[in-house]
Structure formats: C-alpha cells, structure tokens
Design a protein around this ligand. Structure first.
Ligand SMILES: C=C(O[C@@H]1C=C(C(=O)O)C=C[C@H]1O)C(=O)O
Ligand SMILES: [Mg+2]
Length: 457
C-alpha cells in the first residue's frame, strides 16, 4: 500500500474511533511501502519535519511529520515520559482486553535534540531544547515500513485532537524522487578567518593556559551563499548515501531553516539500563589505498596529540558515568575510517543504576570534551569568548528518546540550511601539540564530503 492509501486507511480508522473510550496516548499503524524516507519528507509541506536514521543499518529509521506534543525542556519531556509509562502500566494491570477497533496505547518515541550551549545565543527558531511526540510517523526497519498516527487525549477535548490528527493525515503528499543537487556558484566566508584561527590556536596552546584548560574544541562556521540553495532534504539524501557508518538526521521545525547532518559520533544508546557511549576524537586523513590508510591509522593510534584528544573525552565520560552506573567498561582504542577522515574511537559500556533517566543522561553527558573541552566550564567560557558565530544545534545532541530505549548522536558534520545560505560547521580539539595549520586542514577535511556534493571540493 502506498503512503497515500495508508493515510486514508488511518483516517478511516480514526473516524471509527469511540471517542468516549479514548485515553492517554493512542497510536494507530498500518503497513505501507516507501522508497525513500527522505524523498517522502522532501515532498511534504507540513512542519515540523524530522528524520532520524541511526548508525547501524539494521536499526529502524524514522520520518516524522507534525507534532502531537512538543517539549522545550528536558524536565517537561521526562514528566511526560513518566506519565505515559504510568498510564501504560495501569492499563496493563487492569488488563482490559482491547477491542478490535480501539488502537493500542503504549509508550511513544520522542524525537528532537538540544543545542550545544543553552546559555549562548542560538539559531533562529531552534531554541536550546526541543523534543516532539510525532503526529505522523513513518518508520522503516529492514525494508518494512509502517505509517502511524499518534493522538493525545489528555488535557485537550478529544474531538479537537481527532480533527488535528485528521488534518495532518489529509495533508500527506505522495512520495517523489529527490531532485538532483546542482553544483552552484557559492560565495564562501569562513568565521574565524585563517589568521584569526592561527591566533586562537597559539593563544590556547600557551603552556600556562594549557594547565588551566588542557583541551578546548574550537570551531568554524563556513557560510556558503547563493541566490538559491538546494532543498535541505535533497542535500541530506545525497549526503547520507555516501556517509556510511554515520547517524543521518535532519529537522525543519518551521519553514525556512533546517538542520541536516551525517555524524559518526554516538552520544549514547540506552536499552533499559544498558548504556553504550564512546569517545570519538583524534583525526587523520584517508589514504589513497588500503596500505596508506592502514599506515595513517597506525600513526594516528601512536600519536601523542591525538591520543590526548581522545583521552580527555573518555576520562570525562567515565567520571560522569561513575555515579550513575553499577558497572563500567571501556573497550580498546581503534580507528574508524570515514569517507574523508579517520578517527580514534573507544567504546564505553555501562550498566546504569535502576531509574536513571534520559533527562539525567542528557543533563550530564553533553557537551562532551569531543565538542566542548575539559574542564567543561572553562572550555565553554573560552568558546563563548572567542567564537563569534552561533553554534546553535551544531555540537549538541540529536535523536530519539523512548521509555525502553533511546539513542542520540552528537550533532557534528552538520549544516544549517536556509533559502539562500548553507552554513557548515567543523571543530577541532586543541590540546598540547596542536599546530594551527594542521588543525585548519582538519576542519577542511571534516566538511569535505558536503563541499564536494555542492561542487566545491
Ligand atoms: C568537533 C568535531 O569533531 C570532533 C573533533 C575531533 C578532533 O578534533 O579530532 C574528532 C571527532 C569529534 O570528536 C566536528 O566534526 O565538528
Ligand atoms: Mg583533532
């Protein structure tokens, strides 16, 4: 069944709902067929629109259209999650057999993210935290798709909620293939400029400064302007096809500005009390062939400066997880080859204490020293003092939060796309031994994939 037919089937099921029997969150789902979730999103006109595809190809990917509820703080999100979980366990304990025509009530998934620094000015329309309960959700796992609609029958008249859900279903447009991304002629402007960057790096690597602040991740905004820029979804569609082993994500909260990204870095994945996170930091380029790749990877693992960049991240993650976990284990350092760069990665596995929430994890873990620095407060202060561009949701967190499991990426390798500008972001960990020129090239390597898509490689 095509999405349009699936939406009509859901609309018919909604019309047959017994509103008097509806409580809490209700979800209706039907199977359907979709070629490409991003292509489908690109064809829609409703906002918000959101896309989330975790790093493992076997994991479910999601396209979200509209919101049934929105939360602009982690506290509000957690309160809602708890309410949902309680309602669900009550429903289970009463164990009323659900009639055929009534939808299932369960704990829903929320999608969204947080900015890098809640205390700094952000991107227009993004706020510092936003998670939504999707109105319409297209989910795909191993080739099988389902279209769902969520309704919330608490604190709103049921008829109003039903009408809002019907309106969103009626607005669904059929899938269309993504348009090609034309190579444009863009004006490029880097903030900071290369000479400014050099001054920053020599300043923060002064020995007495390094004593106070052993690592700070400084970033650059590369603004590309043109009369017209490609649709963010078309760009994301092309980008993700080449960014294997990465999280793929995008969001357009309102018409005008979108965030898209292909990040190699996991903030965490939680399944019940089992948590996995990672220190991904330390960078080298890709080689011309396997032999050169391996030589570069070996040199990366042996390099002191890159080792220190990674160490700052795992040490802080271990320290922060220590009070939250009853078991903590760190894996071996290994090298992850991506399209244009290679990174050092160390995985950390934790068994969390019971009742540790995503609100706590998201309140404690980000920004990790992979994107901020260590100690965190001093690093954030230095970043606020030096950087003139708004990081906004660059270097924040993005993903899915649910009662049973959650997964979020660190939102790096991303772009803010508006009608006439594409802003690319890249940062580099500055530690003892950092050289301004090398770090500048590292920034360039981190935006090379998307630049080549735009014909600027
Ligand atoms: C900050 C970014 O990446 C981070 C910095 C790295 C480094 O300096 O070696 C490597 C991976 C990430 O931890 C970015 O891509 O913008
Ligand atoms: Mg680095």
């Amino acid at each position: 069944m095509q999405v349009i037919q699936a939406a009509k089937a859901l609309a018919a099921q909604l019309s047959a709902l017994d509103l008097l029997a509806c409580r809490g969150t209700q979800s209706l789902s039907v199977p359907c067929e979709v070629e490409d979730l991003v292509g489908w999103l690109n064809a829609q006109r409703v906002t918000p629109r959101l896309y989330w595809q975790p790093r493992e190809a076997s994991a479910a990917g999601y396209a979200v259209l509209g919101e049934a509820r929105a939360f602009d703080s982690l506290v509000a999100l957690q309160v809602d999650m708890q309410r949902q979980a309680q309602a669900q366990s009550q429903a289970q304990s009463q164990s009323q057999p659900q009639s055929q025509s009534q939808p299932v009530s369960g704990s829903p998934d929320y999608f969204g993210g947080v900015a890098f620094d809640a205390q700094a000015a952000g991107w227009p329309g993004f706020g510092d935290c936003r998670f939504i309960l999707p109105r319409v959700l297209l989910q795909r796992q191993q080739g099988r798709c389902t279209l769902s609609v969520n309704l919330r029958f608490d604190d709103r008249p049921p008829a109003e909620e039903l009408a809002a859900a019907q309106a969103c279903l009626a607005a669904i447009a059929p899938e269309r293939p993504l348009p090609p991304v034309a190579h444009g002629s863009y004006q490029r402007c880097d903030t900071p400029t290369r000479p400014e960057w050099a001054r920053w790096v020599s300043q923060v690597t002064q020995p007495e400064r390094l004593q106070q602040l052993p690592k700070v991740v400084l970033s650059r905004e590369t603004c590309l302007t043109a009369e017209r820029v490609p649709s963010p979804w078309a760009l994301l569609g092309r980008w993700q096809a080449e960014a294997r082993h990465c999280f793929h994500f995008g969001v357009q909260w309102a018409p005008g500005t979108a965030l898209i990204g292909c990040s190699p870095e996991r903030l965490y994945r939680r399944q019940g009390q089992q948590l996995v996170t990672e220190a991904l930091a330390g960078t080298t380029r890709r080689g011309r062939d396997t032999a050169q790749d391996e030589a570069l990877a070996g040199a990366l693992l042996a390099d002191k400066k890159n080792g220190l960049e990674n160490q700052c991240v795992y040490q802080q993650l271990l320290t922060q997880l220590e009070p939250l976990a009853q078991r903590l284990e760190m894996g071996e350092a290994h090298v992850v080859p991506l399209r244009s760069v290679q990174h050092i990665r160390r995985e950390i596995h934790a068994e969390l204490h019971p009742f540790i929430t995503d609100q706590q994890l998201l309140g404690v873990l980000p920004p990790t020293p992979a994107v901020g620095g260590t100690p965190r407060a001093a690093a954030l202060a230095r970043i606020r003092e030096l950087e003139r561009h708004a990081r906004g949701w660059y270097a924040g967190a993005f993903g899915r939060v649910g009662h049973g499991s959650s997964e979020l990426a660190v939102s790096i390798r991303c772009a803010q796309v508006s009608d006439t500008a594409i802003r690319l972001y890249a940062g580099a960990g500055i530690v003892a031994g950092s050289q301004a020129e090398d770090e500048w090239h590292e920034l360039d390597a981190k935006i090379a994939d998307i630049l080549s898509l735009l014909g600027m490689g």
